[in-house]
Design a binder for this molecule. Structure first.
Ligand code: ACO
Length: 327
C-alpha cells in the first residue's frame, strides 16, 4: 500500500530565552502562577531580523538533511502559520526561494495551532493520490510579534519556533501515516482571534490604538473544548484503525497547557511516561509545537522503528485534528 512516510525531521528555535521571572517585571504575574496554571517556565523569542520564513527555512534544511534529499527533489512546500512574514507572497513561497526548492509548489495554511496536523493530512492525501513524491510540511510561528506584552492573560503563554518534516511516498511496507482526522467549528472562532489588518478591519490608526493586531483569547472558555476535541480526534482514529490507546507508543499533543495535556492523557488512559511534553521550555508555539516536539523526541531516541506515534492538536478556528504514524 502506498503510504506517506515521515523520513526526516528538523527544528529551529531562537536562542533568546524569556523566563517567567523576567515576565514578572513586565506584567502583574508570578513564576508560580504561570508554572501551576500552565506548566510553562521559559519561552524562546525571535531576535530582530529573524522572520517566520527564515526560521522555517532553517528547520526545513535540517529536515531535508535528515531525510537525505536535495531541495530540487521537493514537490510541495506546506507552511502552517498564523504569523506569516506578510499577507502575500506566502511564507511558503519565501521559504521556497530561501532553500532553492525550484521544482516545488508552495502554499500557506492558516489553521492556528492545528496547522501542522492539517498540513500532514494534506500531504498524506497528495501522496496517496500519487500527485507528489516528496513534501515538506513546516509549522512555524513568531507569536511574540502578535502578542500584547501588557496583557497578562496571553503574554505568558506563547513562544516562537519552527519544526519541519519531509514526507515521502513509500510504496512498500507499513511505515507511514496510518490515518488522519481534521475537524472545525467556526461558530467558536471568536474565542481566539487576531481581528485587525484583514478586510474586515483594515489597518488604521484606530485598529492600532485599539490593539486589534494582537492575539485576543478567551482562554478559560477554550479550556474544555481543547480537552474534548483532542480526546475526540484521538479516539476517532484509534477506533477507525482497530487500535486502542494501549497501542500508542508515544503521544505528542499540542503544547498549550500542561493541565490540558494531562487531562487528555487521563481521559485516553495513556500514562504520562508515554506523553511528550516540552511546553515548560517553549510555551505554546502554535503550529510549530508538534513538529518541534516530534523532532526532539526523535533526536532523543524516544521513537524507534515500528513505534506508533499519535499527534493531536487544537487551535484557532476552532480547529482540531490528529495523525497516527507508524515509524
Ligand atoms: N498571572 C497572574 N494571574 C493571572 C494571569 C497571569 N499571567 N492570567 C490570568 N490571571 C488571573 C485572571 O485574571 C483570573 O483572576 P480573577 O480570578 O481575579 O478574575 C485568574 O487568574 C484565573 O483566570 P482564568 O482565566 O480562569 O485561569 P485558568 O486557570 O483558566 O488559566 C489559561 C488560564 C492558562 C489561559 C487556561 O485557561 C488555558 O490554557 N486555556 C486554553 C488556552 C488554549 O489552549 N488556547 C488554544 C490554543 S492557542 C492558539 O491556537 C494560538
Amino acid at each position: 500500500m502506498r503510504r506517506a512516510q515521515i523520513v526526516g525531521t528538523g527544528s529551529a528555535v531562537p536562542g533568546k530565552v524569556l523566563t517567567n521571572f523576567q515576565l514578572e517585571k513586565i506584567v502583574d504575574t508570578s513564576d508560580e502562577w504561570i508554572r501551576v496554571r500552565t506548566g510553562i517556565r521559559r519561552r524562546h523569542i525571535a531576535e530582530e531580523g529573524t522572520t517566520s520564513a527564515t526560521l522555517a527555512a532553517d528547520a526545513a534544511r535540517k529536515a531535508m538533511d535528515d531525510a537525505g534529499i536535495t531541495p530540487q527533489e521537493v514537490d510541495l512546500i506546506l507552511v502552517a502559520t498564523v504569523t506569516p512574514d506578510m499577507a502575500f507572497p506566502s511564507t511558503a513561497c519565501l521559504v521556497q526561494e530561501m532553500i532553492g526548492a525550484i521544482n516545488a509548489s508552495a502554499m500557506d495554511m492558516s489553521v492556528g495551532c492545528s496547522g501542522f496536523i492539517y498540513g500532514l493530512a494534506t500531504a498524506d492525501s497528495f501522496i496517496f493520490s500519487s500527485k507528489y513524491e516528496n513534501i515538506l510540511v513546516i509549522g512555524v510561528e513568531i507569536l511574540s510579534r502578535i502578542t500584547d506584552w501588557t496583557d497578562r492573560n496571553t503574554c505568558v503563554l506563547f513562544g516562537d519556533g519552527a519544526g519541519a518534516v519531509v514526507v515521502r511516498a513509500n510504496n512498500n511496507g507499513n511505515k507511514g501515516i496510518i490515518s488522519t482526522y481534521t475537524k472545525s467549528d467556526g461558530s467558536l472562532g471568536k474565542l481566539l482571534m487576531l481581528p485587525g489588518g484583514g478586510s474586515k478591519h483594515p489597518t488604521s490608526y484606530q485598529t492600532v490604538a485599539q490593539k486589534m493586531h494582537y492575539i485576543k483569547m478567551q482562554g478559560h472558555d477554550l479550556f474544555k473544548p481543547a480537552i474534548l476535541s483532542m480526546v475526540e480526534a484521538t479516539s476517532y482514529i484509534l477506533e477507525k484503525s482497530g487500535l486502542t490507546s494501549r497501542d500508542i507508543d508515544l503521544l505528542i499533543p499540542h503544547q498549550a497547557n500542561i493541565r490540558i495535556v494531562e487531562a487528555v492523557a487521563k481521559k485516553l488512559r495513556v500514562p504520562m511516561e508515554k506523553v511528550y511534553v516540552n511546553l515548560d521550555e517553549y510555551g505554546n508555539t502554535s503550529a510549530a509545537s508538534i513538529p518541534i516536539a516530534l523532532d526532539e523526541a526523535r533526536r532523543k531516541g524516544l521513537i524507534k522503528t515500528g513505534d506508533l506515534v499519535m499527534m493531536v492538536a487544537f487551535g484557532a478556528g476552532l480547529t482540531w485534528g490528529s495523525v497516527l504514524v507508524r515509524f
